[in-house]
Write a protein that binds this ligand. Structure first.
Ligand code: NGO
Length: 652
């Protein structure tokens, strides 16, 4: 199939009129629905409806944001949306992205949005401000705007004015790529999603006991040996320098700064296993695939340790345009307090000497560890006072707040959550939302707080699907704490705003946790169709891998065109999420063409590797189904055939 085939699903969907009883309207967005809630909202009675012939008007300095916006809107609208130069007068049509005329309160990251019946005008002082305004505009459009296939619209934007800017400059999330390695494609997808909530820092935990995930040319075995496994003993992996730079650039294009972390002196078994010299006894330990902490340490009394750290930080700094190098510093339980201070007092100047600021877990706030210029301590404790943090603050450090009992995305929601840890407690959405980063720690005033960060450790988090489930809906809650003024904080209002995000996530293919605390718009029904019961062409039913549902799964023949064809029924015409469950081993990708009633709805839909044939994962595609019976076909497009397919679920 050609990559450029554009499919217009011709079924007429009265999208504005489909209202499931007891749920929010499928399409109407209001200015009050935006997450994080904006600083000021003045709705008007007007509505702007994006016409097929609209242009996106930009100025020098805003063209990249215009291209990004057009890329999102073209997918679902099918409109051409040419980028044109904004004239000097007041824009009278289309969507304008202007670097002048914003209310001065918007500062470096904020924006002003004016929506009239005639035009949408975003104004900011920086491209970053416009980018943040674009995220608001996305949420003011119907959820279907996030579809990757063309939808019928109409593309209405509620009228009025928003003037908006962040409470804190740093709004981050962390992904631990050390415990389980996550490939570049997963990181990019995550970046695209976190951008929607105005997250502007992505911290990557690049090394730990179980794996070293970034190439260091001067110490090559770190990646090739230290990166060769992960928790549970899987193959692990690492980023080449080119891949890491690709991630940095992809994030930068979404106004997100990467904060790389090399954890030290503890959490270093992967490095110690790679180079015997880094061990005090000169003996390299075995690679580690368990989930214990606190047992490893670089040898703080050996000079080669500092050569090593300097080499690593030099190469990392060269790959990192952002201001921070994170040096970890947590749980150095195999190091005495005195050795820890000696180590950190040698390491911190290595960072500042490369024109970067030190960021570290709050243990670097120990009084024996000196202050260093522009130092950031990241609080991850579970109490509301901490002398290490207040000591660091009294000496001039700023704090990023990640209290583990509020902000850790790897904690279970409830005891029933299938993945996650619970050492810091269970974190339902309300718990994640109900705290004030500016007043959480005694002795740490809001002025000392740089922002918030929601870390996701991955001892139990293996697939992209797991990341989605643990991040949504908690990450948007933390994002709102970082962005919105404290005066807007209100659980009842937040719940309502969050509920409206649900249909958007479904269309984006995000497998979120349907917290019972949130009145999600009624999801309708989900019907599962097992692949082994479908019509199979050039494929066999097998039951030789664990974890499938029903009585088996379909293993495609090694041929282009081998396929599974399901017959599904829908009581009424409307939007449906097609959720394919599959396992794909370590194969990079076996794309399939997905058709609905003979119409191609996803050309070469990606089915990336799941790591093992027993690791099942889902991918979701949103389509429009007519009333009655439909035929849904997934056909292999490569000579390897398709992935193993367990079932199709139709969510309506
Ligand atoms: C702790 C520990 C990590 C774990 C995490 C699990 C910090 C800063 N150190 O947080 O090694 O992965 O908990 O929740």
């Amino acid at each position: 199939m050609t990559r450029f085939a554009r499919v217009v699903v011709t079924v007429l969907l009265a999208s504005t009129a489909v209202i499931v009883p007891g749920s929010a309207p499928a399409v109407a967005a209001t200015m009050a629905d935006v997450v994080p809630v904006p600083v000021t909202i003045q709705p008007s009675a007007a509505t702007y409806t994006l016409p097929a012939g609209a242009s996106i008007f930009t100025q020098s300095g805003s063209a990249d944001v215009g291209t990004y916006l057009a890329g999102i809107l073209r997918r679902s609208t099918g409109y051409a949306l040419p980028i044109a130069s904004a004239g000097s007068g007041e824009p009278t049509s289309g969507i304008s992205l202007l670097l002048s005329g914003a209310d001065p309160s918007v500062g470096a990251q904020g924006y002003q949005l004016d929506v009239t019946a005639a035009a949408v005008v975003l104004r900011a002082q920086t491209a970053t401000g416009l980018f943040n305004g674009v995220q608001t505009l996305r949420q003011l459009l119907p959820p279907e705007i996030e579809s990757t296939t063309v939808r019928p619209g109409p593309w209405a934007v509620p009228g009025g004015r928003i003037v908006d800017y962040p409470r804190f400059p740093y709004r981050g999330t962390m992904l631990d790529v050390a415990r389980h390695f996550h490939p570049v494609a997963t990181i990019k997808q995550h970046i695209d999603r976190i951008a929607l909530y105005k997250i502007n820092y992505l911290h990557l935990h690049l090394s730990d006991d179980q794996g070293w995930r970034i190439v260091v040319d001067s110490w090559p075995r770190l990646a090739t040996f230290g990166g060769s496994t992960q928790v549970g003993g899987g193959p692990g992996g690492y980023y080449t320098k080119a891949q890491f730079q690709d991630i940095v650039a992809y994030a930068a294009a979404r106004h997100i700064t990467i904060v790389p972390e090399i954890d030290m002196p503890g959490h270093t078994n992967a490095a110690l296993a790679s180079y015997a010299d880094l061990n005090c006894n000169g003996v390299a330990p075995a690679l580690y695939t368990g989930t214990g902490v606190g047992f490893s340490s670089l040898c703080t009394t050996k000079e080669i340790t500092y050569t090593f750290v300097n080499d690593v930080l030099t190469e990392l700094a060269a790959l990192t345009p952002g201001p921070y190098l994170h040096v970890g510093g947590d749980e150095a339980d195999a190091t005495s307090d005195a050795q820890y201070a000696t180590f950190m007092n040698r390491v911190q100047p290595l960072v500042t000497g490369k024109n970067k600021a030190v960021m570290g877990w709050h243990q670097i706030g120990a009084s024996a560890v000196q202050h260093s210029a522009n130092r950031i301590v990241q609080y991850w404790g579970t109490t509301t006072s901490d002398s290490l943090v207040s000591t660091a603050v009294s000496r001039g450090a700023k704090v990023v707040m990640s209290p583990a009992n509020k902000a850790y995305l790897d904690m279970k929601y409830t005891n029933a959550t299938p993945i996650g840890l619970s050492w810091a407690g269970l974190i339902e959405v309300q718990t994640a939302y109900e705290w004030n980063p500016g007043a959480h720690l005694s002795g740490v005033p809001a002025t000392a707080v740089l922002g918030v960060e929601a870390p996701m450790w991955t001892e139990t988090i293996v697939t992209e699907d797991h990341i989605e489930f643990m991040a949504f809906p908690r990450l948007p809650a933390i994002a709102e704490l970082g962005w919105s003024p404290w005066s807007t904080h209100n659980w009842t209002a937040f719940r309502a705003r969050l509920a409206v995000q649900g249909p958007r996530w479904t269309i984006m293919g995000i497998d979120f946790y349907r917290s019972p605390q949130i009145a999600w718009p009624a999801p309708g029904t989900t019907v599962r169709y097992e692949a082994e019961n479908a019509a199979i062409t050039q494929g066999v039913v097998e039951s030789n891998h664990a974890g499938y549902s029903g009585t088996g799964f379909v293993n495609y023949d090694s041929a282009v065109g081998s396929r599974v064809q399901w017959t599904v029924t829908a009581p009424t015409a409307g939007t449906a999420a097609l959720r394919f469950r599959y396992a794909n081993g370590t194969t990079v990708n076996r794309p399939m063409d997905i058709t609905v009633n003979g119409t191609l709805v996803a050309d070469e839909f990606a089915f990336t590797g799941t790591g093992a044939w027993t690791t099942w994962q889902t991918r979701t595609l949103t389509v429009t189904l007519p009333a009655g019976t439909s035929t849904i076909r997934a056909a292999a497009t490569t000579a390897n055939g398709g992935p193993n397919v367990d079932y199709l679920e139709v969510q309506r």
